[in-house]
Design a binder for this molecule. Structure first.
Ligand code: AMP
Ligand code: TRP
Length: 348
């Protein structure tokens, strides 16, 4: 950004933060692009903080009862996928008020021009931009606050969040410059693996999304084995067999997507998958992919269902996570108030 000048970076201890919106059920895209990788980061032994971003979810209308349900379901999905609430911090955003407090300060740092260039805003607002919420416009500045309230240094996300993370870097740099401090780290996006952008099963040029009107376009983490299998077998493809190298998938978005999904689920590279299935028809490849997807996803779905039997326990886990999150974020945001020049004289 024009008015953001890079300052030399002090070193910050590595800390991972990421979030998922409870705006619907989670999809295979969320699992491969985000959740699965969140678990890998936890296993690497880095400090990991994961958040159900309910404040972001309400930037578009959410039915209150469904929002509560989806927040619990999202948390259950994290745990079922391997997030251990004892080792990672797992909580919902609205329970830690430091996020919205810092979000407001960042609204005063970020520029209208930066925000209006956000492609996700433009996509979500469409032709209706006069009539969307102000929160939807400010969304990326709350996202920057989520991350920087913890001085997180690394943020694992899917490919669609890249631009938001660049904005987070710009906000950190401008804050540091404006107040002449080296307070916030400039975060590194962590966008890696074979499935950073899982596409719709109905249209290989569109992202798989929880908000797509067609349920056939996605695999939900709540789908049973039979549904997963049927959706994969019915996924749109072309009539050609699989090629013997990745170049052969260039103009075949649907085929490329299924190969990437296979690779991410199997923990292989797409190159390996193409080597194994060179010349195979979809009549062979799809059933193999369906079996693999069921083998990987069914245990998660079953565990999620089990956890959802006890919503009070999920709420307890989110509350305990929020306490731990607050212990980190509160002092950081208090220092921000000092830097900005707010009087803080209440006895607390
Ligand atoms: P959201 O559901 O928009 O809150 O996204 C939560 C996380 O999942 C973010 O890191 C996204 O980048 C990631 N994600 C969502 N959809 C996909 C997709 N189709 N492919 C890969 N990652 C995705
Ligand atoms: N905007 C992200 C998404 O829709 C969700 C999100 C909110 C997030 N705050 C975050 C992701 C902080 C990473 C870090 O996918």
């Amino acid at each position: 950004m024009a008015d953001a000048v890079q300052t030399p970076q002090p070193t910050f201890p590595p800390r991972i933060f990421s979030g998922i919106q409870p705006s619907g059920g989670l999809t295979l895209g969320n699992y491969l692009g985000a959740l699965k990788r969140f678990v890998e980061k936890q296993e690497e032994g880095i400090e990991t903080i994961y958040c159900m971003v309910d404040m972001h979810a309400i930037t578009v209308w959410q039915d209150p009862e469904k929002l509560r349900q989806q927040t619990r379901e999202g948390a259950a999905a994290f745990i079922a996928a391997g997030i251990d609430p004892a080792r990672s911090i797992l909580f919902n955003q609205s329970q830690v008020t430091a996020h919205v407090e810092l979000g407001w300060i960042f609204n005063c740092i970020a520029r209208m021009g930066w925000m209006s260039r956000m492609t996700q805003f433009k996509d979500k607002a469409g032709k209706n931009s006069e009539n969307v919420s102000l929160g939807l416009f400010a969304y990326p500045s709350l996202m920057a606050a989520d991350i920087l309230a913890y001085k997180a240094t690394h943020v694992p996300v899917g490919d669609d969040q890249k631009q938001h993370l660049e904005l987070c870097r710009d906000i950190a740099i401008k804050f540091n410059n404006d107040y002449k401090v080296d307070f916030f780290p400039v975060v590194e996006p962590v966008i890696e693996g074979a499935a950073t952008r899982v596409m719709s099963l109905r249209d290989g040029t569109k992202k798989m999304s929880k908000s797509d009107p067609s349920d056939q376009s996605r695999i939900n983490l709540t789908d049973d084995a039979d549904t997963i299998s049927k959706k994969i077998r019915k996924a749109k493809t072309d009539p050609e067999p699989l090629p013997d190298n990745l170049d052969g998938l260039k103009d075949r978005p649907e085929a490329r997507n299924l190969v990437n999904i296979y690779a991410a689920l199997a923990g292989h590279t797409p190159e390996q998958v193409i080597r194994d299935y060179a010349g195979a028809q979809f009549g062979t490849f799809k059933p193999a992919l369906a079996d693999l997807a069921v083998a990987k996803l069914e245990p998660i779905t079953l565990e999620m269902n089990r956890l959802m039997q006890d919503p009070a326990e999920i709420d307890r886990i989110l509350g305990a996570g929020a306490d731990r999150a607050e212990a980190i974020a509160r002092p950081i945001v208090d220092q921000v108030y000092d830097i900005v020049g707010m009087i803080r004289s209440r006895r607390r």
